[in-house]
Design a protein around this ligand. Structure first.
Ligand code: SF4
Length: 481
């Protein structure tokens, strides 16, 4: 997030949300800067940025989250709520809580007369009921369209409030790139909590940015690996606190588990606090875990220590991977996930000798181009679908390509009867050297036990006509004039 960044990912040059076809052709066009902007004339489902802003922060201690929206906008928080509850159980919390979510409940009347009164009421209610240290206000399409001035409301209420009130501008319609929601949350953290104040450096402290989709096992593994380099992680913002956030400027360096999550924020920390950062890959699979670890070590001049550790881990892990490879070799895979995770998973499957036939991910940009070029060393051409959701395209492609396994968010493809594995597994290990063993065995188990999905295909119907499966999956993507 450079000091001039708006928080809308489309404002970054060469960002594409709507394209599809051969990966080689797409990356070649992109590389020559000839890729044309396009749009879908039909669109089915879109993850909005409000949910990403909310889920990024929803596990923070002593915080309340006010969605200044109609009720339906917070429907998606059920997944983050579940992850928060499971995350507490994994961390040994006995009295498991729900996140404190309040909806201002904008309705038709408020759309005409304005909803600031309701927002003030929600803030008062939050203070009275929960006595929080932090109150986050999230905008929505509705509050954005009617132009409620949430900054002014926050300023006014802040005057006699002990809780810090933080508005976050994440109106769903502002961006089709759902990662803009992360940026909106970090922009507000920067403006309302960090405020440009410098702190004395703490030796060995590193900011480790982690989204909601990281399991506790993965957190521990990442912290353990950093510990091998003599580093201490300031784990932000998942399951962290106001105090941890305030400590961000005291870190000697930053890195992120997800490549997309805090990339802009880390740029800002470099510009404003001179905190160097490592932005490489998501540490899924042997190759990527090596790369991620070397990237962090490089910030501290500890490459030799990292290489020694990597050598030891390879000696331990590679014979185990070989056993899994016997079960997975040659299997054809379709991957669907966020931009950081899907490219990382595509590198991972090569550890098991699997073949990539298709990949769906929400955004294509310079970072994705780096990832795809890195993949060409291990995979041939494959079909790529740049799509935020769009299940109709996915189903058409998966049905056409007939992979042996689908890795990603499986709700739709499972109904085609093919084995599926969830790669966005926030409850189980997926990262680092032990994560790959868990994930590899899970993929192999699914392929060898396809019964559930087969029965599902018999009994659960997908909503598409037979004719759709014969159509070009990208027929609704039209170049912009
Ligand atoms: S903010 Fe907009 S896009 Fe997001 S859930 Fe609400 S109405 Fe839908």
């Amino acid at each position: 997030m450079s000091n001039t960044y708006s928080g809308i990912r489309e404002s970054r040059p060469h960002t594409f949300n709507d394209c599809g076809g051969s990966s080689r052709e797409l990356s070649s066009e992109f590389g020559k800067r000839c890729l044309k902007a396009a749009d879908r004339t039909f669109s089915q489902g879109l993850q909005c940025q409000q949910i990403n802003s909310m889920s990024a922060l929803m596990s923070l201690e002593e915080a309340v989250f006010i969605a200044h929206s109609p009720q339906g906008c917070v429907g998606c928080t059920s997944m983050a709520t579940d992850i928060y509850r499971v995350g507490q159980a994994h961390r040994g919390v006995k009295l498991i809580k729900n996140p404190r979510i309040i909806v201002s409940n904008l309705d038709q009347r408020d759309i005409i007369l304005g909803g600031e009164g309701k927002l003030k009421e929600a803030i008062e209610y939050a203070k009275e009921r929960y006595h929080p240290k932090l109150i986050f206000i999230f905008t929505s399409c509705a509050s954005g369209i009617i132009g409620d001035d949430i900054d002014a409301v926050a300023r006014e209420v802040q005057e006699d409030s002990e809780a810090l009130i933080i508005p976050i501008h994440c109106d769903g319609f502002k961006s089709k790139v759902c990662a803009s929601g992360f940026d909106a949350a970090f922009l507000s953290i920067s403006k309302y909590i960090l405020k440009g104040e410098k702190l004395p450096k703490q030796e060995g402290l590193i900011n480790l940015f982690a989204p909601v989709s990281i399991s506790y096992k993965d957190q521990l593994e990442m912290e353990r690996m950093l510990g091998l380099l003599g580093l201490r992680a300031n784990y932000i913002p998942f399951f962290s606190s106001l105090e941890s956030i305030k400590t961000i400027p005291a870190a000697e360096a930053s890195t992120s588990i997800c490549k997309v999550f805090a990339d802009e924020f880390m740029k800002e920390l470099w510009e404003n606090y001179e905190i160097p950062f490592s932005h490489t890959v998501m540490p899924i699979g042997v190759r990527n875990t090596d790369k991620w670890f070397r990237g962090v070590a490089g910030l501290f001049g500890k490459e030799a220590e990292a290489d020694l550790y990597i050598e030891k881990e390879h000696a331990r892990i590679l014979p185990e991977i070989e056993k899994i490879k016997q079960r997975l070799q040659g299997k054809r895979v379709f991957i669907c996930g966020g931009t950081g995770r899907s490219f990382a998973a595509a590198a991972l499957i090569d550890d098991f000798g699997m073949e990539l036939v298709g990949l769906e991910t929400p955004t294509y940009d310079d970072d994705a181009q780096t990832d795809i070029e890195y993949l060409y060393a291990i995979h041939k051409d494959f079909i790529i679908d740049i799509a935020n959701m769009q299940p109709f395209e996915q189903i058409n492609l998966v049905n056409r390509l007939k992979p042996d396994v689908f890795i990603g968010v499986p709700v739709w493809s499972a109904r085609l009867g093919i084995p599926t594995t969830h790669v966005l597994d926030m409850k189980r290990p997926t990262m680092g050297y032990d994560g790959i063993l868990y994930l590899g065995n899970k993929i192999a188990d699914q392929i060898e036990n396809p019964g559930f999905n087969k029965k599902l295909a018999k009994h659960a119907r997908l909503p598409y006509k037979k004719s759709w499966y014969e159509e070009d999956p990208f027929k609704f993507i039209k170049p912009l004039e």
